[in-house]
Ligand binder design. Sequence first.
Ligand SMILES: [Zn+2]
Length: 327
Amino acid sequence: MAKRETSVPVRVCVYVDPPEGSAVEYLSTQHGTQAKQILRNIPRKYGKYGPIPDFDHGGTFTLQDAGRLMELLTWLQANVPNHHVVAFGLWDTQTLRRARWVPLAAPGEPVDCEVEDSTPLNRWKRISCSVCKWPDEKLQEPYFVRSSVRRSSHEIFLGVNGIAVVRSRVRELLERVAADQLDFAPVAIAGRTRKVEADLFAMRPLHLIQSSTVHTLTRCPSCHHVRKYDYATNIQIPLLNRFGPPEYMIARTEPWMVSKDELWSDVIMAGELFAYLYNHSVKGLLWPREGGYLSSANESPITTHRFISDDYASTKDRMARKKWQLR
Ligand SMILES: [Zn+2]
Protein backbone atom coordinates (compact mmCIF):
# COMPACT_ATOMS: atom_id res chain seq x y z
CA MET A 1 0.00 0.00 0.00
CA ALA A 2 1.41 3.37 -0.97
CA LYS A 3 2.05 5.74 1.88
CA ARG A 4 -0.71 8.30 1.99
CA GLU A 5 0.45 11.85 1.53
CA THR A 6 -1.61 12.83 4.52
CA SER A 7 -0.27 10.35 7.02
CA VAL A 8 2.87 9.59 8.99
CA PRO A 9 4.28 6.17 9.81
CA VAL A 10 3.84 5.19 13.44
CA ARG A 11 6.39 3.34 15.53
CA VAL A 12 4.57 0.94 17.82
CA CYS A 13 6.22 -0.74 20.83
CA VAL A 14 4.21 -3.54 22.42
CA TYR A 15 5.26 -5.05 25.73
CA VAL A 16 3.53 -8.02 27.27
CA ASP A 17 3.27 -7.89 31.04
CA PRO A 18 6.80 -6.57 31.48
CA PRO A 19 7.98 -7.07 35.06
CA GLU A 20 10.14 -4.42 36.73
CA GLY A 21 13.15 -3.73 34.55
CA SER A 22 13.82 -4.31 30.91
CA ALA A 23 11.31 -5.81 28.50
CA VAL A 24 14.23 -6.91 26.33
CA GLU A 25 15.60 -9.07 29.16
CA TYR A 26 12.12 -10.29 29.94
CA LEU A 27 11.45 -11.44 26.37
CA SER A 28 14.63 -13.50 26.32
CA THR A 29 13.64 -15.42 29.47
CA GLN A 30 11.78 -18.71 29.36
CA HIS A 31 8.62 -17.07 30.69
CA GLY A 32 8.90 -14.31 28.10
CA THR A 33 9.13 -16.68 25.14
CA GLN A 34 5.38 -17.20 25.09
CA ALA A 35 4.83 -13.47 25.15
CA LYS A 36 7.20 -13.15 22.23
CA GLN A 37 5.14 -15.72 20.29
CA ILE A 38 2.02 -13.61 20.80
CA LEU A 39 3.89 -10.54 19.60
CA ARG A 40 4.97 -12.39 16.48
CA ASN A 41 1.31 -12.81 15.56
CA ILE A 42 0.87 -9.08 15.23
CA PRO A 43 2.75 -8.70 11.93
CA ARG A 44 0.82 -11.63 10.45
CA LYS A 45 -2.13 -9.31 10.66
CA TYR A 46 -0.35 -6.00 10.23
CA GLY A 47 2.89 -7.00 8.50
CA LYS A 48 1.86 -5.74 5.11
CA TYR A 49 1.73 -2.26 6.57
CA GLY A 50 5.27 -2.22 7.81
CA PRO A 51 8.73 -3.75 7.56
CA ILE A 52 9.68 -7.02 9.26
CA PRO A 53 9.42 -6.39 12.98
CA ASP A 54 12.15 -7.24 15.43
CA PHE A 55 10.61 -8.44 18.63
CA ASP A 56 13.96 -9.10 20.26
CA HIS A 57 14.10 -5.41 20.99
CA GLY A 58 10.98 -4.89 23.04
CA GLY A 59 8.39 -5.73 20.40
CA THR A 60 8.78 -2.75 18.10
CA PHE A 61 7.46 -2.37 14.59
CA THR A 62 6.26 0.31 12.21
CA LEU A 63 2.75 0.87 10.94
CA GLN A 64 3.06 2.75 7.67
CA ASP A 65 -0.22 4.54 8.16
CA ALA A 66 -1.36 6.17 11.41
CA GLY A 67 -4.92 5.43 10.24
CA ARG A 68 -4.37 1.76 11.23
CA LEU A 69 -3.43 2.57 14.79
CA MET A 70 -6.84 2.38 16.45
CA GLU A 71 -7.60 -0.87 14.63
CA LEU A 72 -4.34 -2.29 15.97
CA LEU A 73 -5.16 -1.13 19.51
CA THR A 74 -8.55 -2.84 19.30
CA TRP A 75 -6.90 -6.03 18.02
CA LEU A 76 -4.36 -5.96 20.87
CA GLN A 77 -7.14 -5.44 23.38
CA ALA A 78 -8.89 -8.58 22.16
CA ASN A 79 -5.83 -10.80 21.63
CA VAL A 80 -2.94 -9.87 23.87
CA PRO A 81 -3.44 -10.01 27.64
CA ASN A 82 -1.61 -7.54 29.91
CA HIS A 83 -0.01 -5.56 27.16
CA HIS A 84 1.42 -2.10 27.25
CA VAL A 85 1.67 0.03 24.12
CA VAL A 86 3.90 3.00 23.43
CA ALA A 87 3.46 4.56 20.00
CA PHE A 88 4.62 7.74 18.31
CA GLY A 89 4.55 9.16 14.82
CA LEU A 90 7.76 9.19 12.81
CA TRP A 91 7.81 12.88 11.99
CA ASP A 92 10.35 14.85 10.03
CA THR A 93 10.74 18.58 9.56
CA GLN A 94 8.47 18.76 6.53
CA THR A 95 5.66 16.65 7.97
CA LEU A 96 5.90 18.47 11.30
CA ARG A 97 5.14 21.83 9.69
CA ARG A 98 1.98 20.25 8.26
CA ALA A 99 1.03 18.48 11.52
CA ARG A 100 -2.55 19.11 12.54
CA TRP A 101 -1.45 19.66 16.14
CA VAL A 102 1.85 19.89 17.95
CA PRO A 103 2.35 20.66 21.66
CA LEU A 104 3.71 24.06 22.69
CA ALA A 105 7.12 23.35 24.22
CA ALA A 106 9.31 25.78 26.17
CA PRO A 107 12.15 25.11 28.63
CA GLY A 108 11.81 24.97 32.41
CA GLU A 109 8.96 24.63 34.85
CA PRO A 110 5.69 26.57 34.50
CA VAL A 111 6.36 30.19 35.48
CA ASP A 112 3.02 30.65 37.27
CA CYS A 113 3.77 28.21 40.13
CA GLU A 114 5.95 28.18 43.26
CA VAL A 115 9.33 26.61 42.49
CA GLU A 116 9.35 24.46 45.66
CA ASP A 117 5.97 22.73 45.56
CA SER A 118 4.40 23.79 42.23
CA THR A 119 1.53 25.58 43.99
CA PRO A 120 -0.19 27.78 41.40
CA LEU A 121 0.39 31.51 42.01
CA ASN A 122 -3.09 32.35 40.75
CA ARG A 123 -6.35 31.29 42.38
CA TRP A 124 -9.71 30.99 40.70
CA LYS A 125 -12.14 33.64 41.86
CA ARG A 126 -15.42 31.81 41.18
CA ILE A 127 -16.73 28.35 40.49
CA SER A 128 -18.83 27.50 37.47
CA CYS A 129 -20.30 24.19 38.70
CA SER A 130 -21.67 23.71 42.19
CA VAL A 131 -21.59 19.91 41.92
CA CYS A 132 -17.86 19.39 41.20
CA LYS A 133 -16.64 22.92 42.09
CA TRP A 134 -15.19 23.36 38.61
CA PRO A 135 -13.65 26.84 38.46
CA ASP A 136 -14.73 29.69 36.26
CA GLU A 137 -11.62 29.56 34.09
CA LYS A 138 -11.47 33.25 33.21
CA LEU A 139 -7.89 34.58 33.17
CA GLN A 140 -7.09 36.41 36.40
CA GLU A 141 -5.99 40.05 36.04
CA PRO A 142 -3.22 40.69 36.70
CA TYR A 143 -1.90 37.21 36.13
CA PHE A 144 0.95 36.43 38.55
CA VAL A 145 4.26 34.88 37.47
CA ARG A 146 7.60 34.29 39.20
CA SER A 147 10.19 37.07 39.18
CA SER A 148 12.65 34.91 37.21
CA VAL A 149 10.61 35.69 34.07
CA ARG A 150 11.80 39.28 34.27
CA ARG A 151 15.47 38.23 34.10
CA SER A 152 14.95 35.80 31.24
CA SER A 153 15.60 36.71 27.62
CA HIS A 154 12.93 34.25 26.47
CA GLU A 155 9.78 35.43 24.73
CA ILE A 156 7.53 32.47 25.55
CA PHE A 157 7.06 30.53 28.81
CA LEU A 158 4.93 27.61 29.89
CA GLY A 159 2.19 28.09 32.45
CA VAL A 160 -0.27 25.70 34.06
CA ASN A 161 -3.97 25.27 33.19
CA GLY A 162 -3.41 25.57 29.44
CA ILE A 163 -1.91 29.04 29.79
CA ALA A 164 1.36 30.39 28.39
CA VAL A 165 3.15 33.66 29.12
CA VAL A 166 4.45 35.65 26.17
CA ARG A 167 6.26 38.91 25.46
CA SER A 168 4.64 41.65 23.39
CA ARG A 169 6.40 40.64 20.17
CA VAL A 170 4.93 37.13 20.39
CA ARG A 171 1.52 38.53 21.27
CA GLU A 172 1.69 40.69 18.14
CA LEU A 173 2.80 37.75 16.00
CA LEU A 174 -0.09 35.65 17.32
CA GLU A 175 -2.67 38.41 17.03
CA ARG A 176 -1.75 38.90 13.39
CA VAL A 177 -2.90 35.40 12.53
CA ALA A 178 -5.11 34.08 15.36
CA ALA A 179 -6.47 37.09 17.29
CA ASP A 180 -9.96 35.59 17.54
CA GLN A 181 -8.64 32.34 19.04
CA LEU A 182 -6.83 33.81 22.05
CA ASP A 183 -7.43 35.63 25.29
CA PHE A 184 -4.70 37.78 26.87
CA ALA A 185 -4.31 39.26 30.37
CA PRO A 186 -1.74 41.64 31.88
CA VAL A 187 0.99 40.07 34.01
CA ALA A 188 2.47 41.11 37.39
CA ILE A 189 5.30 39.62 39.44
CA ALA A 190 4.03 37.52 42.35
CA GLY A 191 4.79 38.72 45.86
CA ARG A 192 5.40 42.29 44.77
CA THR A 193 2.98 45.03 43.90
CA ARG A 194 0.23 44.43 41.39
CA LYS A 195 2.16 46.64 38.99
CA VAL A 196 1.68 45.35 35.48
CA GLU A 197 4.74 44.34 33.42
CA ALA A 198 4.72 46.26 30.14
CA ASP A 199 6.24 43.47 28.06
CA LEU A 200 4.48 40.35 29.42
CA PHE A 201 1.06 38.82 28.88
CA ALA A 202 -0.74 35.67 29.96
CA MET A 203 -2.15 33.90 26.91
CA ARG A 204 -4.95 31.38 26.90
CA PRO A 205 -6.36 29.67 23.80
CA LEU A 206 -10.16 29.88 23.67
CA HIS A 207 -10.84 26.60 21.89
CA LEU A 208 -10.77 23.17 23.52
CA ILE A 209 -9.79 19.90 21.86
CA GLN A 210 -11.05 16.75 23.51
CA SER A 211 -8.51 14.43 25.12
CA SER A 212 -8.29 10.89 23.86
CA THR A 213 -11.06 8.60 24.98
CA VAL A 214 -8.69 5.61 25.09
CA HIS A 215 -7.95 6.85 28.59
CA THR A 216 -10.61 6.41 31.25
CA LEU A 217 -12.15 9.76 32.02
CA THR A 218 -14.50 10.38 34.92
CA ARG A 219 -16.80 13.29 34.18
CA CYS A 220 -18.94 15.45 36.45
CA PRO A 221 -22.59 14.36 35.99
CA SER A 222 -23.66 18.00 35.92
CA CYS A 223 -21.10 20.03 33.89
CA HIS A 224 -19.36 17.04 32.17
CA HIS A 225 -15.86 18.37 32.86
CA VAL A 226 -13.20 15.73 33.43
CA ARG A 227 -12.79 15.25 37.19
CA LYS A 228 -10.44 12.30 36.95
CA TYR A 229 -8.04 10.99 34.33
CA ASP A 230 -6.78 7.42 34.52
CA TYR A 231 -2.98 7.43 34.56
CA ALA A 232 -2.85 3.67 34.97
CA THR A 233 -3.61 3.15 31.31
CA ASN A 234 -1.71 0.64 29.21
CA ILE A 235 -1.47 3.06 26.31
CA GLN A 236 1.08 5.83 25.90
CA ILE A 237 0.41 7.61 22.64
CA PRO A 238 0.23 11.35 21.85
CA LEU A 239 -3.47 11.09 21.03
CA LEU A 240 -6.29 13.55 20.79
CA ASN A 241 -9.83 12.31 20.43
CA ARG A 242 -10.90 14.48 17.53
CA PHE A 243 -8.86 17.22 15.99
CA GLY A 244 -11.71 19.74 15.97
CA PRO A 245 -12.80 22.27 13.34
CA PRO A 246 -10.24 22.81 10.57
CA GLU A 247 -9.94 26.55 11.23
CA TYR A 248 -8.69 26.09 14.80
CA MET A 249 -5.03 27.05 14.78
CA ILE A 250 -4.27 27.17 18.51
CA ALA A 251 -6.17 25.46 21.33
CA ARG A 252 -5.97 23.82 24.74
CA THR A 253 -6.41 20.13 25.35
CA GLU A 254 -9.57 19.50 27.34
CA PRO A 255 -8.59 20.06 30.99
CA TRP A 256 -9.01 17.64 33.86
CA MET A 257 -8.87 18.51 37.52
CA VAL A 258 -5.62 17.90 39.43
CA SER A 259 -6.65 19.96 42.48
CA LYS A 260 -9.05 22.77 43.18
CA ASP A 261 -6.42 25.27 42.01
CA GLU A 262 -5.02 23.34 39.09
CA LEU A 263 -6.42 21.89 35.92
CA TRP A 264 -4.23 19.85 33.60
CA SER A 265 -4.29 21.12 30.05
CA ASP A 266 -1.70 21.65 27.31
CA VAL A 267 -1.45 24.40 24.76
CA ILE A 268 -1.38 22.93 21.26
CA MET A 269 -1.00 24.55 17.87
CA ALA A 270 -1.07 23.68 14.20
CA GLY A 271 2.35 22.72 12.82
CA GLU A 272 2.06 25.71 10.51
CA LEU A 273 1.70 28.10 13.46
CA PHE A 274 4.72 26.47 15.12
CA ALA A 275 6.69 26.98 11.88
CA TYR A 276 5.55 30.62 11.73
CA LEU A 277 6.78 31.30 15.28
CA TYR A 278 9.96 29.28 14.71
CA ASN A 279 10.73 31.19 11.51
CA HIS A 280 10.20 34.45 13.38
CA SER A 281 12.92 33.24 15.82
CA VAL A 282 10.77 33.31 18.97
CA LYS A 283 13.23 32.91 21.85
CA GLY A 284 12.34 30.06 24.23
CA LEU A 285 10.15 28.22 21.75
CA LEU A 286 11.38 24.63 21.76
CA TRP A 287 11.23 22.19 18.92
CA PRO A 288 8.42 19.68 19.69
CA ARG A 289 10.76 16.69 19.73
CA GLU A 290 8.02 14.10 19.99
CA GLY A 291 6.39 15.44 16.85
CA GLY A 292 2.67 15.93 16.40
CA TYR A 293 -0.47 14.36 17.79
CA LEU A 294 -2.34 11.38 16.38
CA SER A 295 -6.13 11.09 16.35
CA SER A 296 -8.12 8.33 17.99
CA ALA A 297 -10.81 8.99 15.36
CA ASN A 298 -8.27 8.10 12.63
CA GLU A 299 -8.19 11.62 11.24
CA SER A 300 -5.09 12.42 9.25
CA PRO A 301 -2.34 13.74 11.58
CA ILE A 302 -1.21 15.93 8.70
CA THR A 303 -3.40 18.68 7.35
CA THR A 304 -3.62 20.17 3.88
CA HIS A 305 -5.48 23.18 5.33
CA ARG A 306 -3.52 26.44 5.08
CA PHE A 307 -3.84 28.61 8.17
CA ILE A 308 -1.45 31.48 7.59
CA SER A 309 -1.26 33.76 4.58
CA ASP A 310 2.15 34.10 2.93
CA ASP A 311 1.91 37.83 3.73
CA TYR A 312 2.71 37.04 7.36
CA ALA A 313 5.47 34.51 6.77
CA SER A 314 8.95 35.40 7.91
CA THR A 315 11.42 36.17 5.14
CA LYS A 316 13.70 33.54 6.65
CA ASP A 317 12.56 29.94 6.48
CA ARG A 318 14.65 28.62 9.38
CA MET A 319 12.47 25.54 9.48
CA ALA A 320 13.42 24.52 5.93
CA ARG A 321 17.06 24.51 6.99
CA LYS A 322 16.40 22.31 10.02
CA LYS A 323 17.32 18.68 9.46
CA TRP A 324 15.31 16.52 11.81
CA GLN A 325 13.64 13.15 11.78
CA LEU A 326 12.10 11.03 14.52
CA ARG A 327 13.22 7.43 14.20
ZN1 LIG B 1 -19.35 19.90 37.47
